[in-house]
Ligand binder design. Structure first.
Ligand SMILES: Cc1ncc(COP(=O)(O)O)c(C=O)c1O
Length: 344
């Protein structure tokens, strides 16, 4: 049998790494308008060394997943929310927005064309989809490009918890911040992520899985965890930081707030959370949320020389309930009464 990309992949041992698939979608913006775009074989793209993305980081992206259910149906989770956020991100960097319906059509085309790369239900994996918009036109002075490329590619990824639902140990940074008021924190720009690589590396070297970032003004209030939103159970309420323009408005955290209120009867609050509150006795559980992170329970936090461990470093009961409901809906194991899943 010929060694195709598909049969080189061991779906039961996938990590969150890039694996090439067969097809991608590409559309170009030139002379003030987008072309129709098309599905093409996955390949490298050519860029001028003067491309705006290479020199000034004019690029935004999205991340969503396609999943296979037990009966092999393929679903997406709230993809229109990604289309809306993509448009908001593009506008922040003065890029021509990509029509939301066409964004969704391109995502669907890529998933269907690469459907053999969607890991089976039993593996716990999914197909991660990456829509990307870059300023491809050449510039020298700092200004928006005149030409753009919209791309959608994908990669099969393994479950976030290959050994089961486990906790992570996080460091609250008193040194680095992720975003500041008036910046780009609430949009998914490429540059938001390169700046977190050094803090993450330094945290890893000290034995922490990720960094919790504080606000850039007071260095006191929790904002986010690397590439995930932050939630805490304080006084039996589910509390998450207020979207103040520095935080990415996660689709997962929005879903978690609705599940907590409507399915579990838990009161929710979006407000400023001082890191000091997390060390108090009435803070019982912490977790982070995101497309990649799904629901990741936080076992301990450290700030300077102080560490607090939650629930003996095992996932808390509310965190686990929310995880089961969210993933149950996403995998089509549970009835989706919210109308979140889109079957392809
Ligand atoms: C900085 C940041 N915060 C939060 C999230 C979670 O957002 P979502 O739940 O929409 O994936 C992500 C991931 O996309 C992220 O990159």
């Amino acid at each position: 049998m010929q060694a195709t990309k598909r049969n080189m992949i061991d779906f039961n041992n996938l990590k969150f790494d890039f694996y090439e698939t067969d097809w991608m979608f590409l559309s170009r913006y030139k002379d003030g308008k987008w072309d129709d775009g098309e599905l093409i074989p996955f390949n490298s793209i050519e860029l001028s060394p003067a491309a705006c993305i290479l020199n000034y980081g004019q690029g935004v992206f999205e991340g969503l997943k396609a999943l296979k259910s037990k009966d092999r149906r393929i679903s997406l989770f709230r993809p229109m929310k990604n289309a809306e956020r993509f448009e908001k991100s593009a506008k922040r960097l003065v890029m021509p927005p990509y029509d939301k319906q066409r964004f969704l059509d391109a995502v669907k085309k890529v998933v269907i064309a690469n459907k053999d790369f969607i890991p089976p239900y039993e593996s716990g994996g999914s197909l991660y989809i990456r829509p990307l918009l870059i300023g491809s036109g050449p510039v020298l002075g700092i200004a928006p490009a005149k030409e753009y490329i919209f791309l959608v590619f994908c990669s099969p990824v393994g479950p976030y918890f290959p050994e089961g639902f486990n906790t992570v140990n996080l460091l609250i940074s008193n040194k680095y911040t992720r975003a500041s008021p008036g910046g780009t924190g609430s949009t998914k720009t490429c540059s938001n992520y390169s700046r977190t690589m050094r803090p993450a590396l330094e945290g890893k070297k000290r034995g922490y899985d990720q960094i919790i970032y504080l606000d850039a003004v007071y260095k006191e209030y929790i904002t986010e965890v690397g590439a995930a939103n932050f939630c805490a159970i304080i006084d039996n309420k589910l509390v998450t930081p207020r979207f103040d323009g520095t935080i990415l408005e996660g689709i997962t955290v929005d879903s978690v707030l609705k599940i907590a209120e409507r399915k579990l009867g838990i009161t929710t609050e979006q407000r400023d959370i001082s890191y000091k509150e997390l060390f108090g006795d009435n803070c019982a559980e912490l977790f982070c949320t995101g497309t990649a992170a799904v629901i990741t329970p936080i076992g301990s936090i450290t700030y300077e020389k102080r560490t607090k461990t939650y629930n003996n470093n095992i996932p808390g009961p509310i965190t686990e309930k929310i995880y089961k409901i969210l993933t149950g809906i996403q995998k089509l194991d549970l009835l989706d009464e919210f109308g979140w899943t889109m079957i392809l």
